[in-house]
Write a protein that binds this ligand. Structure first.
Ligand code: 5AD
Ligand code: FES
Length: 353
């Protein structure tokens, strides 16, 4: 191991021992994302923890992107409501069930229903979809990722059988949140949703984009502090990638190495967390997902959406896996996962806490 300053050594030791740092210490650590000795040391520790709890298993979640209509207008997102160029689609319940059928045959035991915030899918419709999926596949976990809803709506979905919910907090810094979202959206509301979901007994996933416009290392330190406090079962992080039809079209994409460094740090902060190597990570680097798995991630989320809609769920430019059938995606991923000595598994993969 390369020699770091003794203060940095103390910080690293503290992180490994106590799984938590102060804001100042996080910022200082994040400033070292270009120091190979430090990065490798934390990656090694992250892999050790991941091995201890999950072994060489990489969990799969079948992603079904069922609507790209969205009533929100997040500045970074390609399916924001004011993007007139977006080619909108909605899947019917039958089409969604068909994706599940296809996915089940391929071995998936977790389905993730993801969509923009689309009021066309009333609570009644969502509940009906959840019930139908759970009836046909009682052995599968069902994850929702459909944005901010009332406590009451979340309660109904839970009662209908939803097990998990993904809602990235996007950034835990109030002023930065304002730079990424129009004024009708608030970090307070976002956080309240996450705590409501926890209270209702969902396995919860939070997360943020790395390198979103105007993000500072202090903002990322806030994200890490918030994640430790929330203690979610899953954390989704990926690099920000500009979308040509948004006001952030000419902003720089997030940095690969910083994203990988953060995956290791998050694995150490929350040792048992389910941590996906995201599609965005695979988009900024051809080996991005393999690299993510090699530094602490343990989940991949292949796309089960119908091929005809794939390209339309266009959150950012050059998104990968939009031309492949689900079966091709899974065999490609299995090969990638095996190439780095891990094993792709289909089991439900519930969180360990
Ligand atoms: N680049 C990277 N990730 C994005 N997301 C939305 N837009 C972008 C973008 N331009 C992420 C958000 C959202 C998730 C579904 O996709 O974090 O929560
Ligand atoms: Fe749809 Fe942000 S644009 S939730």
């Amino acid at each position: 191991m390369e020699r770091h300053g003794s203060e940095m050594n103390n910080t690293i030791e503290k992180l490994i021992k106590y799984h938590e740092l102060t804001k100042e210490e996080y910022v200082e650590l994040l400033e070292s994302s270009d120091k190979a000795g430090i990065v490798n040391c934390l990656a090694k520790e992250a892999v050790k923890l991941r091995m201890k709890y999950y072994g060489k298993k990489v969990y799969t979640r079948g992603l079904i992107e069922f609507t790209n209509y969205c009533k929100n207008d997040c500045y970074y997102c390609g399916i924001r409501r004011s993007n007139r160029h977006a080619d909108r689609y909605r899947l019917t319940k039958e089409e969604i069930l068909e994706c599940c059928r296809n996915g089940y045959k391929l071995g998936f035991r977790t389905f993730v229903l993801q969509g923009g915030e689309d009021p066309w899918y009333t609570d009644e419709k969502i509940v009906d979809i959840i019930c139908s999926i759970k009836q046909e596949y009682p052995d599968c976990a069902l994850t929702l990722s459909i944005g901010e809803k009332s406590f009451e709506s979340y309660r109904k979905y839970k009662e209908a059988g939803a097990d998990r919910y993904l809602l990235r907090h996007e950034t835990a810094c109030e002023s930065h949140y304002k730079m990424l979202h129009p004024k009708e959206m608030s970090l307070k509301e976002r956080k309240a949703c996450l705590y409501n979901l926890k209270e209702l007994g969902y396995q919860v996933g939070a997360g943020f984009m790395v390198g979103s416009p105007k993000q500072t290392l202090s903002d990322i330190a806030d994200d890490l502090i918030f994640l430790k406090e929330l203690n979610p079962q899953m954390v989704g992080i990926g690099p920000f990638i500009p979308h040509s039809d948004t006001i952030f079209a000419s902003e720089e994409a997030g940095n690969l190495n910083l994203t990988l460094f953060l995956l290791s740090i998050i694995r150490i902060i929350l040792p048992k967390v389910l941590l996906p190597a995201t599609t965005a990570l695979g988009t900024i680097d051809p080996k991005g997902r393999e690299k993510g798995l090699s530094v602490g991630a343990n989940v991949v989320m292949p796309n089960l959406s119908p091929l005809t809609n794939r390209k339309k769920y266009d959150l950012y430019d050059n998104k990968i896996c939009t031309g492949e059938e689900a079966a091709e995606c899974i065999s490609c991923l299995a090969k990638r996962v095996e190439s780095i000595g891990y094993e792709l598994v289909n089991e439900r993969g519930d969180a360990l806490y």
